[in-house]
Design a protein around this ligand. Structure first.
Ligand code: BTN
Length: 245
């Protein structure tokens, strides 16, 4: 990962740049990093606040040999990489809220945005974006989301070296991707579940259709979420929001 790496001071969104590079035929593993994004994108058309020099704003071009239905596995893989990185390099206890929000002390510090370009049953390419709040102080987290969002610095009490952390993420991503390619998703799934948030606990699930109480069981071999309704029936979910508390 990162054999071709493009570093910008400021961009609208690293996602868009990787889409352009993908269309120019750049190889698997091409990476774009920016110090600042002025139009950072989150999931569900939300904004992603990406202030200058305060976090990791990075997108990776992937050209996996996978059926499109398995693409969500890559998002779970990326979340696992970030959780492992934090766990191995601090006393913090990262948890992954399905599908791919990274929480510390119940607050979101990182999110992943996976955008896929597919034709018929073939993935052309995937743009995997990772955003991680690193060195924001508490007063630099937008006030209206302070109750649910945080940074590594706020939770751990010290600054992190952003460039070194990026290098570390890319190495760990490459190693984990190799395991995924050679052994399949099973190993990654176990690691994900080790960090899984509220697994075995009762939470509230909202889908497009309804909101219900459920116990989170874990993830399926294809990356879907498995949950049990109060009446005992189990469901497999591909798209849902989880709430708690
Ligand atoms: C989310 O949790 O909603 C996903 C956030 C993803 C943010 C990253 S930052 C790097 C890349 N470029 C973007 O514009 N978005 C992703």
């Amino acid at each position: 990962m990162g054999n071709e790496l493009y570093h910008y001071d400021q961009v609208e969104s690293t996602q868009e740049i990787v889409h352009q590079l993908a269309k120019q035929g750049k190889p698997h593993g091409t990476v774009v990093i920016a110090d600042e994004q002025v139009k950072g994108k989150g999931r569900m058309a939300r904004n992603w606040d990406s202030p200058k020099g305060k976090g990791i704003w990075m997108s990776i071009l992937l050209r996996p040999n996978l059926p499109p239905l398995q693409a969500p596995q890559l998002t779970l893989l990326a979340a696992t990489v970030l959780a492992k990185l934090i766990a191995e390099n601090s006393d913090l206890n990262p948890q992954i809220k399905w599908p791919n929000d990274l929480l510390i002390n119940h607050k979101k510090v990182s999110g992943i945005l996976t955008e896929m370009q597919a034709e018929q049953d073939t993935i052309q390419y995937i743009v995997l974006g990772m955003g991680m709040n690193v060195n924001q102080g508490e007063d630099e987290i937008p006030e209206k989301i302070r109750y649910k969002a945080s940074s590594l610095k706020v939770e751990g009490g010290h600054d992190w070296n952003i460039q070194a952390t990026i290098q570390h993420i890319l190495r760990l991503f490459e190693r984990t991707y190799d395991v995924f390619e050679s052994q399949g998703f099973e190993t990654i799934k176990k690691e994900w579940e080790h960090f899984g948030y509220k697994i075995g606990e009762e939470i509230t699930i909202s889908t497009m259709k309804e909101t219900w109480k459920a116990t989170l069981i874990g993830i399926e071999p294809d990356g879907a979420l498995r949950a049990r309704r109060r009446n005992g029936r189990e469901e497999k979910l591909y798209s849902a929001e989880i709430h708690w508390g």
